[in-house]
Design a binder for this molecule. Structure first.
Ligand code: ATP
Length: 140
């Protein structure tokens, strides 16, 4: 059976995850509190909903616990990011991924039981440095 994905927070990070999963043929529920973001996601996701992920009832009514993977792509609001992650794990979502703003935030997410923690800017910086060296650009 096809995996079910949900992406919460449709900034550049969450929107690109949504678009790519959709492009690969997966079902994706996209959620944001911002109506403009939801309107963009309508064309990129299977379902796009305007909702606050910190509202436990909303998450329950969407049947979020039945999703295989839920990505918390809320950025600057660290409190919303952490609280949403806690609720998802407590509701029994098997795989929760979240983006961390910094090392301490990442440690909290680890304690909460988040399964996949990413630091997009840091990870891309590392990747770019490696790619620059592997292409021997430094020697040009
Ligand atoms: P980017 O991915 O563009 O780097 P960012 O790290 O600056 O984004 P934000 O813009 O702060 O992150 O958050 C990403 C998205 O999450 C925004 O579109 C915002 O509306 C959404 N968001 C914030 N809080 C909630 C919430 N409680 N429920 C649902 N969506 C939320």
């Amino acid at each position: 059976m096809n995996k079910l994905f949900a992406v919460i927070g449709l900034g550049r990070f969450g929107m690109s995850i949504t678009e790519e999963l959709n492009r690969m043929g997966y079902e994706v529920l996209a959620m944001d509190t911002d109506e403009d973001k939801v309107n963009i996601a309508v064309d990129l996701a299977t379902h796009a909903v305007r909702a606050d992920a910190m509202d436990e009832q909303v998450l329950k009514s969407l049947g979020i616990r039945n999703f295989d993977v839920v990505i918390v792509a809320i950025g600057q609001n660290i409190q919303a990011n952490i609280l949403t992650s806690i609720m998802l794990k407590e509701m029994g979502v098997k795989t929760v991924g979240a983006k961390a703003q910094n090392h301490l935030h990442g440690k909290v997410l680890e304690k909460v039981g988040v399964d996949i923690i990413v630091y997009p800017e840091r990870d891309m910086g590392v990747k770019m440095a490696r790619s620059l060296v592997s292409q021997n650009i430094m020697e040009l």
